[in-house]
Design a protein around this ligand. Structure first.
Ligand code: DAH
Length: 345
């Protein structure tokens, strides 16, 4: 029995020696896998001895098991150390091979571009801030009261009809213009009032020249001694800043429920300079906004004393201004945010 154990011990001793020699030849993790398989795999002396342990007499089985496991653990430890070393080496090698060439030109990031509508809004805001106006805002989901009633729309006014307005219920709707901001602002502030209010508005309209959502800027000035001449000067200043200093402005009588008198305002065509072309339909004029003197009825809704003050108001569509200014002929371009389009401005 002793003999058998001694033979086994000797064999295992030799195995470990050979392992140590083989171990020195390992250069990569695949070498290491082969080594592990050779000494601990199914066909290895260690695995075979443990598998056939029943061939040994009962009394020495524990000793055989212990002897084999000792060697196995030693080999396992060695393999583990070796694997750690190899990992480090391989990582180091990878780092050295992946050197960065700092002289290579960088790859430029594709930057976005501001939507042209916002550029026009900002430009108009700048003009009015320069004239002492403040910027005001109001909600896009509005009540009938602010969108219509307090703006002096009689109950049967056609603009209230279901055709134009997105109603949410009897009372709540998507604002159809930025004019409700006039009322909201006057409710909270005493005169003098000088504001402009940009924002999105909504109407049930969809064709080549209309989208269900579009953008407006509203203007309102209420003070002592405001007259139509002030309105005219203000809009001429606006038109010349936006379209060029030689532009002419003309007022055509019109009707809006919230202004009296009311006008539609045209600017002389910047493309044909008044001669008549396709863009201005041969008239030499381009309509750019609606305006007028604030109807005194509105002051009742906001508790202003109508004997003390007067005011003017105006409202314009930003898409239209941008189309005329930049010669854009397709409304969809504003909303697609195609960077190739936006980059041109
Ligand atoms: N709210 C009008 C619209 O959407 C535009 C407008 C006209 C605004 C005259 C005004 C104004 O402030 O005085 O068609």
């Amino acid at each position: 029995m002793k003999e058998k154990i001694n033979i086994l011990k000797k064999e295992l001793g030799i195995t470990f020696e050979v392992f140590t020699r083989d171990q020195n030849a390992v250069k990569s993790s695949s070498d290491l896998d082969l080594l592990e398989n050779k000494y601990l795999g199914k066909k290895s002396l260690i695995a075979q001895t443990l598998k056939n342990i029943n061939d040994f007499p009962q009394e020495i089985k524990p000793l055989v098991g212990k002897t084999v496991n000792e060697i196995r653990r030693k080999i396992e430890d060695e393999l583990k150390n070796l694997r750690n070393e190899l990992n480090l080496l391989e990582f180091d090698k990878k780092l050295r091979e992946e050197k960065f060439d700092l002289t290579l030109p960088g790859r430029a990031l594709l930057a976005g571009s501001k939507n042209i509508l916002y550029k026009v809004i900002e430009e108009i805001q700048e003009i009015f801030i320069g004239l002492g106006y403040e910027i005001a805002e109001g909600p896009e989901v509005e009540t009938d009261y602010y969108n219509f009633e307090a703006l002096n729309h009689p109950p049967d006014h056609p603009a209230r009809s279901l055709q134009d307005t997105f109603f949410i219920d009897d009372r709540i709707l998507l604002r159809t213009h930025t004019s409700p901001v006039q009322i909201r602002y006057m409710e909270k502030h005493k005169p003098p009032v000088y504001i402009i209010a940009p924002g999105k508005v909504y109407r049930k309209d969809y064709d080549v020249t209309h989208t269900p959502m579009f953008t407006q800027i509203e203007g309102l000035a209420v003070d002592k001694n405001i007259n139509f001449g002030n309105l005219k000067w203000t809009l001429e200043t606006l038109a010349r800043s936006v379209f060029g200093k030689d532009r002419q402005v003309r007022f055509r009588p019109h009707y809006f429920p919230f202004t009296e008198p009311s006008a539609e305002v045209d600017v002389s065509c910047n493309i044909c300079v008044g001669k008549g072309c396709r863009v201005c339909s041969g008239t030499g004029w381009l309509e750019i906004l609606g305006a007028g003197m604030v109807d005194p009825n509105l002051y009742k809704f906001v508790n202003y004393d109508q004997d003390e003050i007067n005011g003017f108001a105006f409202g314009m569509g930003i898409e239209r201004i941008a189309m005329l200014k930049y010669g854009i002929d397709d409304l969809r371009l504003f909303f697609e945010n195609d960077i190739r389009f936006l980059k041109q401005f």
